[in-house]
Design a protein around this ligand. Sequence first.
Ligand SMILES: Cc1cc2nc3c(=O)[nH]c(=O)nc-3n(C[C@H](O)[C@H](O)[C@H](O)COP(=O)(O)O)c2cc1C
Length: 191
Amino acid sequence: MLSIHDTNALIRQRRSTFPAQYTGEKVDDAIIWQMLENANWAPTHGKTEPWRFVVLTNEKLPAFGDFQAEAYKQNTPVESFDEAKFEKLRQNPRKASHIIAIYMKRQESGKIPEIEEIEAVACAVQNMYLTATAYNVGAFWSTGGATYLPEGKTFLGLAENEKLLGFFYVGVIGKPSPDGVRKPIQEKVRW
Ligand SMILES: Cc1cc2nc3c(=O)[nH]c(=O)nc-3n(C[C@H](O)[C@H](O)[C@H](O)COP(=O)(O)O)c2cc1C
């Protein structure tokens, strides 16, 4: 059996680590595969296994940065366009080692409600987060950029019944995140 001590530590030490904190070095592809393998063990109602991923690395990272910055520009009225945001969208992917695009593939029958398929994918993402923590690799789930733009689906070649849910940035940690803070669980539970 796993020790509860180690389990608690893994869960509570998990932190989001952002591109500005990465060294720019590469994370071993074998670690990325471990993260994906563990994602595959998420719970799934009706055993639909709706999680799907596209791994972007090497020359795909600047291409993705340019794409999402341009998508932001095209979808933003000139008067609210923010040059700093445009540049951040362009540069952030260049700082990552890998970016794992996360999407949900709906079962053909649509029997399982969509929200449950999204919930299953979120569980898969948490498995990736925890695996990254165990390897002391930086990661965070981004729902920014082109996540909810039709261009995002086109860029990744997603079908009609597939829903883009964001991007999991991965990088070697240069500057660790501070310890996490949560309000007491007692405030969120009625017993
Ligand atoms: C569904 C989801 C979407 C998120 N999207 C973003 C995002 O777009 N940008 C961002 O900076 N952080 C995003 N995050 C990460 C949160 O900022 C992070 O989880 C939060 O600050 C708590 O920090 P921790 O993960 O270290 O506990 C997202 C997290 C989740 C669960």
